[in-house]
Design a protein around this ligand. Structure first.
Ligand code: F6R
Length: 260
């Protein structure tokens, strides 16, 4: 794993965007796995800015989002469909046909999940998967459990996730209790993973992810088994990690080599 520690959220967002832009220049038909939530908003802003300056072109890029709330219509303001168009897709030249987000409303759970996995496969697989991390160590909506699903599936959200995400809803009881999420299989099959984290409330999850045992109780810890993971985080999120001298030296060594 490569670890890049930044001074603040802005720097984290800029570094992430610069890296993605660099990859897009090398492979214009990049397949990007995308996340929602507060963490990647700054990165999306930076990418939009680069697009406006004519530095990057999304016309050949394909995207797959990690997850969506079950039951929400794409036009529901708190749906991840609405989030993605508001914060990113409406501002760039992405082809609508290349945008994939799991549907929150469907008739047949099995069909909708297997179709999503099939589509990812048909695209050639995800080149770069962007991840945020939950305070409980979830990635996508793969919540801590005694076992984890490999494929796209429906999940009951953990109480702490409902609690954390209630900040986006007018009332806490409006937060959906279930989500459809990409499984650990598609995430782990991504060629490169870029995990972003900021803020002190992510510090414990980050420490367990990097320094703890690999456990389904901390889904992000499985990333220790992936050959190509870069984590960009601000110093607040890294605060427990940087207390560890060994990890501190290791991360600084990577920073001086640069990322990508
Ligand atoms: C969102 C997602 C989640 C979030 C995580 C952190 O698509 O998959 O795993 O990345 O809950 O959310 P924020 O960034 O709001 O702290």
């Amino acid at each position: 794993m490569r670890l890049v520690i930044t001074d603040d959220y802005m720097e984290m967002s800029r570094k992430a965007a610069e890296w993605i832009a660099g990859e897009m220049k090398q492979k214009p038909g990049l397949v990007l796995g995308l996340a929602t939530g507060s963490t990647p908003i700054g990165m999306y802003k930076e990418l939009i800015e680069m697009y406006r300056k004519g530095q990057i072109d999304f016309s050949q890029v394909t995207t797959f989002n990690l997850d969506e709330y079950v039951g929400l219509h794409p036009e529901h303001p708190q749906s991840y469909h609405a989030y993605m168009w508001k914060h990113f897709f409406s501002h760039i030249n992405i082809n609508k046909e290349h945008v994939n987000i799991p549907p929150g409303r469907f008739e047949n759970e099995k069909d909708v999940c297997s179709r999503y996995d099939e589509k990812i496969k048909k695209s050639g697989g995800i080149d770069i998967q962007i991840l945020g991390i939950g305070r409980n160590g979830h990635i996508g909506f793969n919540e801590p459990d005694s076992s984890l699903s490999i494929k796209t599936h429906i999940v009951n959200l953990a109480l702490e996730t409902i609690e954390a995400n209630s900040r986006f809803f007018p009332q806490k009881d409006e937060v959906p209790k279930q989500a459809i999420t990409m499984g650990l299989g598609s995430i782990m099959e991504a060629k490169t993973i870029l995990l972003l984290a900021n803020g002190r409330d992510k510090a414990a999850a980050i420490a367990k992810t990097l320094m703890g045992k690999v456990s389904t109780q901390i889904p992000a810890s499985l990333l220790q088994l992936h050959p190509n993971v870069t984590m960009i985080m601000d110093k607040e999120a890294a605060c427990f990690v940087t207390e560890n001298k060994h990890v501190r030296e290791w991360s600084f060594a990577y920073q001086s080599e640069g990322i990508g």
